[in-house]
Design a protein around this ligand. Structure first.
Ligand code: PHE
Length: 340
């Protein structure tokens, strides 16, 4: 009879609804139930009266046990069902839901992260660099001495103690050479500042991404190869570019790499002017810069470029006015948020 009790308890432990409990009741107490049969099928004629009494007692105990266990579980199930019904009555499913809003990365950050990935794929390191620079690193060390006219093109915000808000990421070239030595392959993206009058394509605060590669035998061919890989990955198609000579005191020879305007297809529009967007000034690192960096120009050569990250983001997302980036109007940023 103990086996029957154990079996009953295990059947009840898996019964979760009133219907399942009724099945258990039928299995044990129904007309052909286990407990019912036990009484029916026992041959009492062979029992002594003492044995009959004992057996009858045990049988009654078993019936009582079975009935009380079944009732107990049935009550538990019933009360948990009414609990959940009560909770459901408290919830009004017709009330509209509230959804949170998701922020997004700034479009320039998106492009920057993408560039970092592309350059890392080509073996470049990604370096952080200071926005407040020494006048030396921003100008002198890259061959722009005090009286050089190039200083006028890059007027900036001057701080005390010969510090400036850097006018370009090139300010980090010499620090990189001194810190890491050669060979070196690195990019340093970051914010730059210039004393500029603001219009749809000029800002006083903008982003660049500098690239520097110095090793034995680096040539213009390496520069062009890296630039082509970069642009075809960013725009995911063949892009039209042109190289023309450009002057920067810290490269020799120097170039301007222009991108065919994607808004007008190269015929000319307010964003580009003549159909071309100045995108990547570049060139071979000037021997004087290498010397300032402690690198022997007779043995090593390299290229540098200063990609306009802000401009690239404009091209990439079709943003026609540079002033949107820093204006702080959330309606602009919301356009880049992921769709929920
Ligand atoms: N630093 C230059 C600028 O901001 C760009 C540049 C970088 C040109 C590296 C050549 C090589 O205008």
């Amino acid at each position: 009879m103990n086996t029957i009790k154990q079996q009953l308890l295990s059947d009840l432990s898996v019964a979760k609804t009133a219907e399942q409990i009724e099945q258990v009741r039928i299995k044990y107490l129904g007309r052909k139930g286990i407990v019912t049969n036990l009484a029916k099928e026992t041959d009492f004629s062979k029992f002594t009266s003492e044995e009959k009494k004992n057996f009858g007692q045990q049988l009654n105990d078993l019936k009582d046990f079975t009935t009380s266990q079944i009732t107990l579980v049935a009550e538990q199930v019933k009360s948990s069902e009414t609990d959940s019904a009560a909770i459901l009555r408290l919830i009004d499913p017709s009330v509209p839901g509230s959804s949170g809003s998701l922020g997004s990365l700034h479009p320039i950050t998106m492009v920057q992260l993408e560039l970092e990935q592309i350059f890392e794929g080509m073996g470049f390191s990604v370096l952080d660099s200071p926005e407040v620079e020494t006048e030396f690193n921003n100008f002198e060390a890259i061959n722009i001495p005090k009286d050089h006219p190039a200083r006028d093109m890059q007027d900036t915000f001057w701080l005390k103690n010969d510090l400036v808000l850097r006018t370009h990421t090139s300010a980090n070239q010499v620090r990189t050479l001194r810190r890491f030595g050669v060979p070196v392959k690195a990019i340093f993206p970051g914010r730059c500042f210039r004393y500029e009058s603001i219009d749809p394509s000029h800002e006083n605060t903008f982003y660049q991404c500098e690239g520097l590669m110095v090793d034995e035998g680096v040539s213009v061919a390496n520069l062009i190869g890296v630039m082509k890989t970069l642009l075809s990955e960013v725009f995911r198609r063949d892009v039209k570019v042109r190289l023309r000579p450009g002057f920067f005191p810290f490269v020799e020879p120097g170039f301007e790499l222009d991108l065919n305007c994607m808004f007008c297809g190269g015929v000319g529009c307010p964003t580009c002017g003549d159909g071309w967007i100045e995108l990547i000034p570049c060139g071979l690192v000037h021997p004087k810069v290498l010397e300032f960096g402690g690198v022997d120009p007779a043995k090593y050569s390299g290229f540098a470029f200063g990609l306009g990250l802000t401009r690239l983001a404009m091209m990439r997302f079709g943003i026609r006015d540079i002033r949107h980036f820093n204006a702080g109007d959330v309606r602009f940023y919301e356009q880049f948020a992921p769709v929920l």
